[in-house]
Design a protein. Structure first.
Length: 251
């Protein structure tokens, strides 16, 4: 059964603590993103900081994933392995996606940052992706249909001239990395299951500068745009309340 899991006070407290770790680590890793940075160095720093703070990297080993940090560069949408020796170049953009387990509970968050000086088009793509997440969060409260969040993201992103990835979605998170419900970034207002108070949800717009279609690369993990266009990704884990939501993964 696809039951949306409501968290108890102990579980929520663990997720708040994990969220603080995640937000702090993402901030520090983002500062390391510069021309010449090696993805593996970013990954190793993220894992070290998570463990020093008392958490565990939730992605490392998940279904065999080889890294603690996902780093997705340029046309890579999600799931780029941070364990690669790839070197970031001036003008690249990099999506940093991180999962932290603390006290047996998982939180998930992501940001996209520029590498050195980036183009105006890349800056605008990142800005719209960030704003799309904010618009999604504004929809969330007890009783909100998932489709309201989906429709808000799609309407805004497409009005701004960008594509919305269909194949990858947000999701419930907490006891497991992926829980019900799925949260597409496209859809129809008023449809889908309704969020109960106490649910914890990872909301994550993934948008493209061109066509929304994606493919999985030969490494079996990295998802990239079919047309080679740039992609940006932002994500927060939130706790649903009667009147809104509490962001657990603030940076």
């Amino acid at each position: 059964m696809n039951v949306i899991v409501v968290k108890n006070d102990r579980e929520l407290d663990a997720m708040r603590r994990g969220g603080k770790i995640l937000g702090a680590v993402l901030q520090e890793v983002a500062k390391m993103v510069e021309p010449g940075a090696v993805l593996k160095d970013l990954n190793d720093a993220a894992e070290r900081m998570i463990r020093e703070a008392g958490g565990e990297p939730a992605f490392l080993g998940y279904r065999g994933f080889p890294a603690a940090l996902c780093v997705s560069v340029n046309d890579e949408v999600v799931h780029g392995s941070g364990a690669r020796d790839r070197i970031l170049q001036e003008g690249d953009i990099a999506g940093l996606d991180l999962g932290v387990r603390y006290g047996g509970m998982i939180v998930d968050g992501a940001i996209t940052v520029g590498v050195g000086m980036i183009s105006k088009d890349a800056k605008r793509l990142i800005s719209v992706a960030r704003d799309a997440l904010q618009r999604a969060l504004e929809q969330v409260h007890e009783g909100t249909p998932v489709g309201d969040v989906s429709a808000a993201v799609q309407a805004y992103v497409e009005r701004e001239g960008f594509g919305v990835v269909r194949d990858m979605v947000g999701h419930g998170v907490g006891r497991d990395l992926h829980e019900p419900p799925e949260g597409p970034n496209f859809g129809t207002k008023g449809t889908g299951p309704r969020f109960p108070a106490g649910a914890t949800i990872a909301i994550e717009p993934m948008i493209t500068a061109g066509d929304w279609r994606v493919k999985t690369l030969s490494d079996g993990w990295t998802v990239a745009t079919v047309d080679g266009s740039l992609s940006a990704h932002f994500e927060h884990t939130v706790f649903v309340t009667e009147k809104g939501c509490e962001i657990l993964t603030k940076q």
